[in-house]
Structure formats: structure tokens, C-alpha cells
Ligand binder design. Structure first.
Ligand code: ADP
Ligand code: AMP
Length: 213
């Protein structure tokens, strides 16, 4: 099963992606997580990537496509995967098809802007695992600690309201050609998901889609 999660920042892709990963035993791949790790590792390009993320812009297609390709070549992807945050441009979608990655499902999350803003302002992440929490809507068992490792949670630098607004604008522009590109492909199943619902209801909806043959 090869799944793409589309949706603006804060619509719940990462959260639901983790549920899908657990239930269907396929890895969730977030290019955002990969880039944040690159920043942390202090590579030559780390500073440049950090500036781009902070400013709510997109990293170049070339860099992201190379990083994704490297990840897809790992053995855990052979039975499928969930892409969270990739592709973000039509060029990236074309790249996937060029490297012969066949997609089965696209799930596009739709959430009103006011809710997105509430969500990102309370988002907390566990850096090494990519687990996602919200201070009110999905709090960790112990305040500011990851449920599994008990390590400290962190706030993403690009979750500041000024960065989020830029990211939403960037998304609005790029999604139009990207959505069109995929809607014109009859071989894949495209579903819109009401991401404003409760976490458990959304996952039930996703399960019903993925369990249908
Ligand atoms: P994305 O990966 O699309 O950027 P996330 O999965 O990181 O979005 O979710 C953004 C924030 O909203 C997180 O803090 C998460 O805990 C919270 N969240 C996700 N889905 C829901 C939901 N259905 N209801 C309430 N809060 C949610
Ligand atoms: P995310 O964790 O998906 O919200 O991504 C965080 C940031 O990483 C984005 O705002 C972009 O700057 C960058 N990024 C993640 N995925 C991509 C991608 N596919 N293409 C370009 N930039 C990306």
C-alpha cells in the first residue's frame, strides 16, 4: 500500500500517518522530519535548509527528491509507505512517477484556517521519533514529555504564527497544480478527508477507505 497524505500544515497528516503506520505496518515518511534531522546533524547545507524552513519556504525540489529517494530505497519500504509532506509540488509528483513509484491512495486533509492556527500554536513534537502532540487536543501523559521515551518535547521553530502564515500561502499556491495532476490519474484512489473531526473519527474514516478492496 503506497499512500500520499496531502493537506496544509497542521491538518493532521503526521498524526494520522502515525496511526496508519502502526495499524498497517508500513513506514510513515515525512520529508519535514528528514529535513529537521539534517539541520540537527550540522551538514554543509544545514544552515541553508534551516533558513528556508524558518521562513516558511520550500526546500528545492532537487534536494528533497534526493533525500526521499534515499529513504525509499531502504528495505522497510518494500511493502509500501505513507508519504507525509511529499510531494509538495507538481515537479516532485512527476519525479515520483519517473522513479517508478506507483501510488495507490491519495488522502487530502481539509481543515479550516482558524482550526489550523489553533493546532500549530499548541503542537509539540518528539524530535527523534516524530511523534506529535497537542497541549490541549492530544496531550502527552506527562506534561511536555514523550509518552514512550519520557524525553522532552519541543516546539517547531516554524510553528510561529508568522512562519505558519507563509507556509499556508505557499501551500495554497502549490496544491492547485498538484491536486489537478493527481485527480487526472484514474489509476489512483483520491479521497478528501474532513480533518476537522476528532482524531479517532478521522482514523475510522481512513480505515474504511484502506480496508475497502
Ligand atoms: P501536519 O502533519 O498536517 O502538519 P499534525 O499531525 O502535526 O499536522 O497536527 C498538527 C497539530 O494538530 C498537532 O499538535 C496535533 O496533535 C493536532 N491535531 C492533529 N489532528 C487533530 C485533530 N483531529 N483534532 C485536534 N487536534 C489535532
Ligand atoms: P512539514 O514537517 O511537512 O510541515 O515540513 C516542514 C518544512 O520542511 C516545510 O515548510 C518546508 O520548508 C520543508 N519541506 C518539507 N517537505 C518538503 C517538500 N516535499 N518540498 C519542499 N520543502 C519541504
Amino acid at each position: 500500500m503506497r499512500i500520499i497524505l496531502l493537506g496544509a500544515p497542521g491538518t493532521g497528516k503526521g498524526t494520522q500517518g502515525k496511526f496508519i503506520e502502526k495499524k498497517y505496518n508500513i513506514p510513515k515518511i515525512s520529508t519535514g522530519d528528514i529535513l529537521r534531522k539534517k539541520i540537527e546533524e550540522n551538514h554543509q547545507i544545514s544552515k541553508k535548509i534551516n533558513e528556508i524552513l524558518k521562513n516558511g519556504k520550500l526546500v528545492s525540489d532537487k534536494i528533497v527528491c534526493n533525500l526521499l529517494n534515499e529513504r525509499l530505497n531502504k528495505s522497510d519500504c518494500k511493502n509500501g509507505f505513507i508519504l507525509d509532506g511529499f510531494p509538495r509540488t507538481k515537479k516532485q509528483a512527476i519525479y515520483l512517477s519517473k522513479i517508478n513509484v506507483k501510488i495507490d491512495y491519495i488522502l487530502e486533509f481539509i481543515v479550516p484556517y482558524e482550526i489550523i492556527l489553533q493546532r500549530v500554536s499548541g503542537r509539540r513534537i518528539h524530535f527523534s521519533s516524530g511523534r506529535i502532540y497537542h497541549i490541549n487536543f492530544n496531550p502527552p501523559k506527562e506534561k511536555n514529555k514523550d509518552d514512550i521515551t519520557k524525553e522532552q518535547l519541543s516546539i517547531r521553530e516554524d510553528d510561529k504564527i508568522s512562519s505558519v502564515k507563509k507556509r499556508l500561502k505557499e501551500y495554497e499556491e502549490k496544491i492547485i497544480p498538484l491536486r489537478k495532476y493527481y485527480l487526472e490519474k484514474p489509476e489512483l484512489k483520491y479521497f478528501k478527508i474532513d480533518g476537522a473531526e476528532k482524531l479517532s473519527n478521522i482514523f475510522k474514516k481512513i480505515e474504511s477507505i484502506l480496508n475497502k478492496k
